[in-house]
Design a protein around this ligand. Structure first.
Ligand code: GAR
Length: 194
């Protein structure tokens, strides 16, 4: 089977992006493109370091979200992208966009969804004083951090944990879970096709 061509979307530091790039061989994917909506995202430097093409598509440059997404879709077609992996992409994709890639857009979120949706899930969980949070990988639908859950792993919050310690714990689980979950989806697809 030829490896699916994958684009990763990231808005920030890109540690999950880089982790996926490093593990793409064992996952069985070909990461051919990084899309970033922020031209200063450190993820771009990581793409350069790993010789992955990148394209910056800034929302502010477009009058409407539909035009912004239409340019992204053109790039997806140009690169013949089959799967989109969101890795710290801080924009909500429209129902129209998501509907074009059913069960082909996947997201990682740093909480045990449905708890702590949104942009600062680790901070929100920390401030709420919960004893347990976690990491979720899910298919993306038109909602915010909704969509069918693929895999979840809990992370204990120790009473003495600082926010930084909790962030480190959550991220280290992310680096294991995202590659595993993607591999699982591909294995399942292969099974279904046989
Ligand atoms: C990750 O923790 C990811 O789960 C989170 O952004 C971080 C990106 O870090 N995503 C969300 O909060 C999505 N709602 P990275 O740029 O270093 O991979």
């Amino acid at each position: 089977m030829t490896k699916p061509r994958v684009a990763v979307f990231a808005s920030g530091g890109g540690t999950n992006f880089e982790n996926l790039v490093r593990k793409q061989e064992e996952i069985g994917i070909d990461i051919v493109l990084l899309i970033s909506d922020y031209n200063e995202a450190y993820a771009i430097q990581r793409a350069i370091n790993h010789d992955v093409d990148y394209i910056v598509v800034e929302r502010e440059k477009y009058a409407t979200k539909a035009e912004f997404e239409s340019d992204i879709l053109s790039v997806m077609r140009m690169y013949n992208i089959e799967y989109i992996l969101l890795a710290g992409f801080m924009r909500i994709l429209s129902a129209d966009f998501v509907g074009r890639y059913p069960r082909k857009i996947i997201n990682i979120h740093p909480s045990l969804l449905p708890d702590f949706k949104g942009a600062d899930a680790i901070g929100d969980a920390f401030r709420a004083g919960v004893r347990e949070t976690g990491v979720t990988v899910h298919f993306v639908d038109a909602g915010i951090d909704t969509g069918e859950i693929i895999a979840q792993v809990p992370v204990d919050v120790a009473p003495e944990d600082t926010l930084e310690e909790l962030e480190n714990k959550v991220h280290s689980i992310e680096y294991q879970l995202y590659p595993q979950a993607v591999r699982m989806i591909l294995a399942k697809r292969q099974e279904d096709e046989q």
